[in-house]
Design a protein around this ligand. Structure first.
Ligand code: AMP
Length: 216
C-alpha cells in the first residue's frame, strides 16, 4: 500500500507516519527529513537546500523527486510507502506518477489532515525534540515530566528546527496554500482522497487513518 499524507506544516503528518510505520511496517518517506540529513552531512544537495529551507521556501522539484526515487529503489518491492511532505507541487505530483509506475507501485490513498492555521503556528513554534533519541516535546502541550530531562532516554539536550519560527512558518503555510493544496483535485478526480480532522486528539486522528486503510 502506498499513501500520501497531505497537510500544512505541523498538521501531524510526521507523527501519524511514524505510527503507520510501527503498526504496519511501512516506510516513512519524508523529503523534509531527507533534506535535513543532507544539510547536516553537507552533501551537495544539502548545501543547495539549506538557505531555501531556512527561508521556508520550497526546494527544487528535481532534487526532491530524485531523493524519493532513490529511497524507493532501496526498499523491498512489497513494503508500503508513506509519502510525508511529498509531493508538494504539481510537477512533483506528475513525477510521482512516473516514479511509482516505473517501480510497479500504485497510489492507494491520499489522506488530507485538515487543520486551523493559527493553531498550527502555536503548535509548530513550541515544538522541540530530544537531541539524543528524537522524542518530540512541546513548550505548552507536552513537557518532559522532569524539566530538562528526556522522558524516554534521560538525555539533557534538546533541539529545535531552525525553520520553526513564526515568520518562516507563515511562509511555509503560504507555500502550502499556493502550491500544495492545488494538487488535491488531481487525486480527487481519481477518487482516492480522504479528509481527517487534524485538530482532533492524536489518537483519534490515528484511528481515523486506520479506518480509511482498513476499508480496502
Ligand atoms: P517538512 O519537514 O516537510 O516541513 O519540510 C521542511 C522544509 O524542507 C520545507 O519547508 C522545504 O523547504 C523543504 N521540503 C521538504 N519537502 C519538500 C518538497 N517535497 N518539495 C520542496 N521542498 C521540500
Amino acid at each position: 500500500m502506498n499513501i500520501i499524507l497531505l497537510g500544512p506544516p505541523g498538521a501531524g503528518k510526521g507523527t501519524q507516519a511514524q505510527r503507520l510505520v510501527e503498526r504496519h511496517g511501512m516506510k516513512q518517506l519524508s523529503t523534509g527529513d531527507m533534506l535535513r540529513a543532507a544539510v547536516k552531512a553537507q552533501t551537495p544537495v544539502g548545501l543547495k537546500a539549506k538557505a531555501v529551507m531556512e527561508a521556508g521556501q520550497l526546494v527544487s522539484d528535481e532534487i526532491v523527486s530524485a531523493l524519493i526515487g532513490d529511497e524507493l529503489d532501496a526498499m523491498p518491492a512489497t513494503q508500503g510507502a508513506i509519502f510525508d511532505g511529498y509531493p508538494r507541487t504539481a510537477p512533483q505530483a506528475e513525477s510521482l506518477v512516473a516514479i511509482l509506475e516505473g517501480r510497479g507501485r500504485k497510489l492507494d490513498h491520499v489522506i488530507e489532515l485538515d487543520v486551523d492555521e493559527d493553531a498550527l503556528v502555536e503548535r509548530i513554534t513550541g515544538r522541540y525534540t530530544c537531541a539524543t533519541c528524537g522524542k518530540g516535546y512541546h513548550d505548552k502541550f507536552e513537557k518532559p515530566a522532569v524539566e530538562g530531562t528526556c522522558d524516554k532516554c534521560g538525555g539533557h539536550e534538546f533541539k529545535r528546527r531552525p525553520d520553526d519560527n513564526e515568520e518562516t512558518v507563515r511562509t511555509r503555510m503560504a507555500e502550502y496554500r499556493a502550491k500544495t493544496a492545488p494538487i488535491l483535485p488531481i487525486y480527487e478526480a481519481q477518487g482516492i482522497v480522504s479528509r481527517v480532522d487534524g485538530m482532533a486528539d492524536m489518537d483519534d486522528v490515528t484511528a481515523a487513518i486506520e479506518a480509511i486503510i482498513a476499508a480496502d
